[in-house]
Write a protein that binds this ligand. Sequence first.
Ligand code: RRO
Length: 341
Amino acid sequence: MALTLPKMALMNAAGVLDETPIHLGLLMDSHSDSVVIKSATILPRYGNEEPRLRVYYSDGSLTSLNSMGLPNLGYENYVGMISEMRSYNPKKHITASISTAPDPCKNSCENPEKHSAVGQYSTLFDAFQETDVDMIQINLSCPNIKGKPPVGNSPETVEEVLSKLNYKKPWSVKVAPYNTDQDMFKEVVDIVLKYKPNAVVTINSVPLCMDVNVATRRKTIRPNDGYGGLGGAPVLNVALGEVNRWYKEVKKRKLDTEIVGCGGITGAESALKHIMAGASHLEIGTWLLAEGPQVFAQLKRDLFSWRNDSGVEDWDAIIGIVERNPEVAEMIKAYETPKKS
Ligand code: RRO
């Protein structure tokens, strides 16, 4: 099924302001084009111990560090909210997000099969497919489950999961940055794109990052020995590399899969970098956390005024333009290379 999203749709990054009905209501009222619901698991979860989230300026750059640990109300609660969200604003595109968790049955399982990664994703995917959501995002990249690497770090599990789902609605995958493991990137790209998702969302937060509070001389978050997922301005260039690499893989295979750029968008300039690298939709995380849902109206206004001023008639003309402009890239390189006098 085709995506029903207009080009250059703006939405919250999964996990930001999307866990409770009050938060979802604020997003429904915002100028976002889609509302993404917090990644849902089989059972409700409190998540990791606090403090588990920091949003701060690091030498002037808006940054976030989180080890939330998948706090969510459990899929049955979100399934129950969707018809109300739909009737509140019938035009808003709604995306459900799903994730596995360890011990979904709290060790009292009579049917362990059902609680394997495949079993969990299938249950969640089927449940949201029965609702009125427009898209289902399969989160393969939660970095913050103690002792459990993200599912997307195991190409075999990704294959097993994607091969078993019964696709009826538009769907996407949310992936981790693979910039430090080229072999894994190649394997995961081949598997994911074989199943022709409607969209690939890249990147999730950058795992195993840490911050230090200089005043207290301590790590700033508690779970996982202080390590968590980094977001905000410092991850922009990692995200641009990943958006561009996925974009090229999609084009190579002549697929319709769209790239949703996520990571380091804190204004129109970083958003335009994502678009020119290959993103046709954008997810906002840290900036939304810091400044609230008005960021969607601000970004939309600034992007459209840039497009007007630049005489760009439609977004397609500019999405992935860096790939069609190699000679310009060369020109810029020559211009920027410092010359010895
Ligand atoms: O809840 C989290 O700790 C979390 C998730 Br599920 C995710 O996908 N990405 C992230 O940075 N945090």
